[in-house]
Design a protein around this ligand. Structure first.
Ligand SMILES: C[S@@+](CC[C@H](N)C(=O)[O-])C[C@H]1O[C@@H](n2cnc3c(N)ncnc32)[C@H](O)[C@@H]1O
Length: 192
């Protein structure tokens, strides 16, 4: 019995140290928490974002390219890539560990690639659908890049934060667990 308690204590200690080390790493890569942490989409916000993406992807008459800017562990990308094998999916995230988790979760999928880098380096003109769930600072930086780079018919789905350089074509009330969240959808951004 004592040996099991000892083993349990050792495993718990290793897990706590690993979590602490990851926490320090996350603070460093998010430039002292100026950028959002790896936190998955949830609740109605996730349902609405997925539903809008599915509507767009299911009506396409050619293979499309989808990018999740700050993909985390693939809360949005994975279900979409599984459901739509005919389309190509790319996840960008600068967190090495969440990239490894997503790569492992997507190991059987041939239509999902993970790029472990700053999404501000992504060539957005290559994509038909952009997904993001960020915070005000990251969304503002992305907003300018998006407005300068995307193709005219690219659709954007931004969970929780507005892209201030674009005008949304639809805003969904996505109240989740008592939080007054919204999902912003941008279509035909060239006309804005
Ligand atoms: C709130 S999570 C969203 C996860 C996922 N998109 C979802 O909806 O479940 C935001 C992610 O953006 C990543 N991130 C923030 N700024 C980034 C940047 N400039 N380049 C790459 N990744 C970034 C963070 O590491 C984090 O994993």
């Amino acid at each position: 019995m004592d040996i099991f308690l000892l083993l349990f204590g050792c495993v718990l200690t290793v897990l706590c140290i690993a979590f602490e080390l990851y926490f320090i790493y996350a603070v460093i890569i998010s430039k002292n928490c100026k950028y959002p942490p790896a936190f998955p989409s949830f609740g109605n916000m996730k349902k609405i974002a997925l539903n809008e993406a599915e509507k767009f992807l299911s009506t396409a008459d050619k293979p499309l390219k989808v990018i999740d800017l700050g993909c985390g562990t693939g809360g949005l990308l994975l279900p979409l890539a599984k459901k739509f094998p005919e389309h190509q999916f790319v996840g960008y995230d600068w967190d090495f560990f969440v990239c490894q988790i997503l790569k492992w979760r997507a190991r059987k999928l041939t239509n999902l690639a993970v790029v472990c880098d700053n999404f501000l380096k992504a060539k957005l003109q290559d994509y038909d659908l952009l997904l993001c769930f960020l915070d005000t600072k990251a969304a503002n930086e992305l907003s300018l890049k998006v407005s300068q780079e995307i193709k005219p018919d690219t659709m954007i789905i931004s969970s929780a934060f507005e892209l201030k350089d674009l005008t949304p074509s639809e805003v969904f009330d996505a109240k989740s667990y008592g939080m007054p969240l919204k999902v912003y959808v941008y279509k035909n951004s060239n006309n804005l």
